[in-house]
Design a protein. Structure first.
Length: 246
């Protein structure tokens, strides 16, 4: 449950819960929901300005934005306790090389699906009014949510992440193939190599999914203003039915 209001922005008021998730609720009517998860060693609080302040171009006045906060636990990849969604043992340079804790991935995917089920009741049962996105591990959860939700969601945003290693495209439905997916990766990412993300994205293209995969030259594992601008364009395009996506 959300706690009391503790911040106010131009278009949203913000609350948080005991997990330090952030909930941006629009002052206007609620017509859309965005669920967002950041990557390893990042917090929900860190992305609040992107969705709440005009200067970044990602503000959606009629959207309720739910920023989920990863908890601290051990990650083999770093040999340390850091904020994360699931344990990564190894990534490598190939989609098939990646070794992650898929039970933890499924646990968080189930949680996101539960949030979707609650939000869709507030949106007259319209799954196309719900978008799921994230960076790094958050992108993988967004992909997995897409794969496990047999409905036409409003969109998927996957930045500097990868598809689940167990990805199978045989079960993707016609409704899922309509979901707009925006994927982005830096070609000099040393945390999650671009080749890992590209392989999964290509599988989704083979399955005739509605995906656009972009790379950025000389970019490592981070968000830049250029990427933020791309996401800022994608959100209203799919919200308002841009013909390139529908």
């Amino acid at each position: 449950m959300e706690d009391k209001e503790f911040a106010d922005y131009k278009y949203h008021s913000m609350k948080r819960n005991k997990y330090d998730d952030r909930f941006l609720t629009p002052h206007m009517i609620h017509n859309y929901t965005i669920i967002w998860m950041d990557g390893i060693n990042r917090t929900a609080e860190g992305h609040v300005p992107l969705f709440a302040e005009d200067k970044y171009g990602m503000v959606t006045p009629e959207a309720r934005v739910i920023l989920l906060n990863p908890q601290e636990k051990f990650v083999s990849f770093y040999n340390a306790r850091v904020r994360n969604w699931y344990n990564i043992k190894y990534i490598g340079n190939s989609h098939h090389d990646a070794v992650i804790n898929e039970e933890q991935l499924e646990e968080h995917t189930t949680r996101v699906k539960g949030i979707i089920d609650r939000e869709v009741k507030l949106l007259n049962g319209n799954y196309s009014k719900i978008m799921v996105g994230g960076f790094g591990e958050g992108a993988c959860i967004a992909y997995n949510t897409f794969l496990k939700t047999k409905k036409k969601l409003g969109g998927i945003i996957a930045l500097s992440g990868h598809c689940p290693p167990s990805l199978k495209i045989s079960g993707i439905t016609d409704e899922q193939k309509k979901v707009p997916i925006f994927s982005f990766h830096g070609d000099e990412d040393e945390v999650i190599p671009e080749t890992v993300h590209r392989y999964g994205a290509n599988l989704l293209k083979i399955a005739k999914c509605n995906i656009k995969y972009k790379t950025a030259p000389r970019l490592d594992h981070k968000l830049t203003l250029d990427i933020i601008e791309e996401v800022g364009k994608f959100i209203p395009e799919v919200q308002f039915g841009d013909p390139d996506w529908v």
